[in-house]
Write a protein that binds this ligand. Structure first.
Ligand SMILES: Nc1ncnc2c1ncn2[C@@H]1O[C@H](COP(=O)(O)OP(=O)(O)OP(=O)(O)O)[C@@H](O)[C@H]1O
Ligand SMILES: [Mg+2]
Length: 494
């Protein structure tokens, strides 16, 4: 129990407090008020109804703080501009219940200056606005979720990458729906261990997310767990779409492979040209002296046959030398718009009467309105010739050779397909067929230069060539030629 003296001190202390304090009953009757130096002090009389005495109202205030305290049985705070007795121009009301056992016996209401609070609130408001603008307009996608997975922050970039609308996500979706499969759980597991950066962080991690359309796309994710002391309270992730980067990387890789191939071809070409030139003279000598012996001497039949063999093989050697020189030729200068259908027909005309084509059915599907393509016709004929001869060899003189031409307007290219019903090319061999000197033909039958020559010519035309093959079904060569090739050669692919 307090002594009278103690009570007096307390009352004096409350009176000396420069804020209004009143105590009201649960039916709004003023039970006590402190004596501030308010000019309105006289208006507050014990027994009066607070809304009448303080605000001259006939009914309780609509936003009555006391009612809130009665309802919640807890202290409540309400910033406002209308303090009790208008002591402060800008004030804040604070109220708390006084219990008698389980019952609320009375309520304390006090007001205090708002200026500091308001300034703080204003500052918080401004920095909140700045932060939310920052998050909203960030180039990276930003996503934050509570520890149940509920998404709390999802900025514009995240919406753009994922295809979701912000209203469909915040407080509605779980982070688990953003990552396909066990993605979200894996990210959490990595965040919680030390193997992928400091505990609680994950840097530049490549992971997939599922767009609203169901499409799976790769992203690069920087993520962190937000801690409150020791406990995890949220996760925060910054991410960006990796599709463009991966596309560029793949293209770079392809270009690198093509560059390597080009380099390989060009050095082999130079080597071949050198060897070919050096072989030309001795080959000429062999041919010339063999012919002289045949003309100048009476030879037994066996020796004549042997010499004929020497001459025949020398002729083969000089053909190979010619191929080698062709293989190492410089870029053609005779580019003229030509009818590809006509060029193909010309090549076929030369070949189809040869014995090897007698049992080969030739099917043509030429687009009659093919645009003219700028090509070196002689070289392109050489391309068709090599591919068709290979096909005839592969089919061993029996099967179907199909030739088709088409126009690809979206690529501004003309496409030529040459396919056969031969044995096909095994998967492990397919990547090598354009390599110089690669052949599966028995010794003396193939040089392995045919397709590398083809490759080089198509490259010089700025076109593309590739082969598709299924063992047991056949092989298809697909050539694309540009309608507006870049001057001085172009790209190639194998
Ligand atoms: N249509 C095809 N069907 C099956 N294999 C093929 C076909 N075209 C090419 N090949 C394979 O590719 C290899 C290389 O062909 P390429 O034309 O470069 O050389 P080659 O035909 O062996 O010799 P050559 O220099 O006399 O042309 C062939 O040996 C063969 O194994
Ligand atoms: Mg060949």
């Amino acid at each position: 129990m307090r002594t009278d003296m103690e009570k007096e001190y307390l009352v004096n202390a409350i009176d000396a407090f420069k804020r209004s304090i009143i105590i009201i009953s649960t039916d709004f009757k003023i039970l006590a008020a402190n004596h501030t130096e308010s000019p309105n002090e006289a208006q507050v009389k014990v027994g009066d109804l607070c809304y009448q005495a303080l605000y001259s109202r006939s009914t309780p205030c609509t936003n009555c703080l006391a009612l809130e305290v009665i309802k919640t049985r807890k202290a409540a705070l309400r910033p406002g501009r209308e303090g009790i007795m208008a002591l402060e121009k800008v004030s804040c009301l604070y109220s708390y219940p006084i219990f008698s056992g389980e019952e609320i016996h009375s309520l304390v209401i006090m007001d205090f200056a708002m200026s500091t609070l308001e300034r703080m609130e204003e500052r918080i408001h401004r920095s909140n606005g700045f932060l939310s603008n920052l998050i909203k307009s960030a180039v990276d996608g930003i996503i934050a979720a509570d520890m149940t997975g509920k998404i709390l922050i999802f900025n514009d970039a995240a919406c753009e990458i994922s295809g979701y609308d912000v209203d469909e996500v915040i407080n509605i979706m779980s982070i688990r729906e953003i990552y396909p499969g066990d993605g979200a759980r894996n990210v959490m597991r990595m965040l919680r261990c030390n193997e992928y950066g400091d505990k609680g962080t994950l840097r530049s991690y490549r992971v997939d997310i599922k767009r609203k359309t169901g499409e799976i796309i790769p992203i690069s994710l920087n993520a962190a767990i937000v801690y409150d002391g020791e406990s995890e309270v949220a996760t925060l992730g910054f991410f960006h779409d990796l599709r463009d980067t991966l596309k560029i990387e793949a293209e770079l890789e392809k270009t690198q492979v093509q560059l390597l191939q080009a380099e390989k071809m060009s050095s082999l070409g130079k080597l071949a040209a050198g060897v070919a030139h050096q072989l030309n003279n001795p080959l000429g000598g062999i041919t010339l002296f063999s012919q002289l012996i045949m003309e100048d001497y009476e030879l037994p039949e066996g020796a004549r046959k042997d010499l004929e063999r020497i001459l025949h093989d020398a002729q083969r050697c000089s053909n190979i030398v010619k191929e080698l020189l062709e293989f190492s030729r410089q870029t053609s200068n005779e580019m003229r718009p030509q009818d590809i259908n006509h060029a193909l027909s010309q090549t076929l005309f030369l070949l189809e009467n040869q014995t090897i084509f007698h049992d080969i059915v030739i099917e043509k599907d030429f687009n009659p309105s093919l645009p003219l393509v700028p090509i070196d016709k002689q070289q392109i004929n050489h391309v068709f010739m090599n591919i068709i001869l290979n096909a005839a060899d592969a089919m061993e003189g029996r099967g179907t050779l199909s030739l088709s031409t088409s126009f690809l307007p979206e690529k501004n290219r003309v496409c030529i397909k040459i396919s056969d019903t031969g044995p096909g090319i095994p998967e492990n061999i397919l990547p090598k067929i354009f390599d110089p000197f690669f052949t599966t033909k028995e010794q003396g039958k193939g040089t392995g230069l045919g397709l590398s020559l083809v490759y080089g010519i198509i490259e010089d035309h700025g076109g593309h060539i590739r082969a598709e093959s299924t063992v047991g079904i056949g092989t298809k060569f697909i050539i694309e030629l540009l309608l507006d090739p870049p001057s001085g050669g172009g790209t190639k692919s194998g």
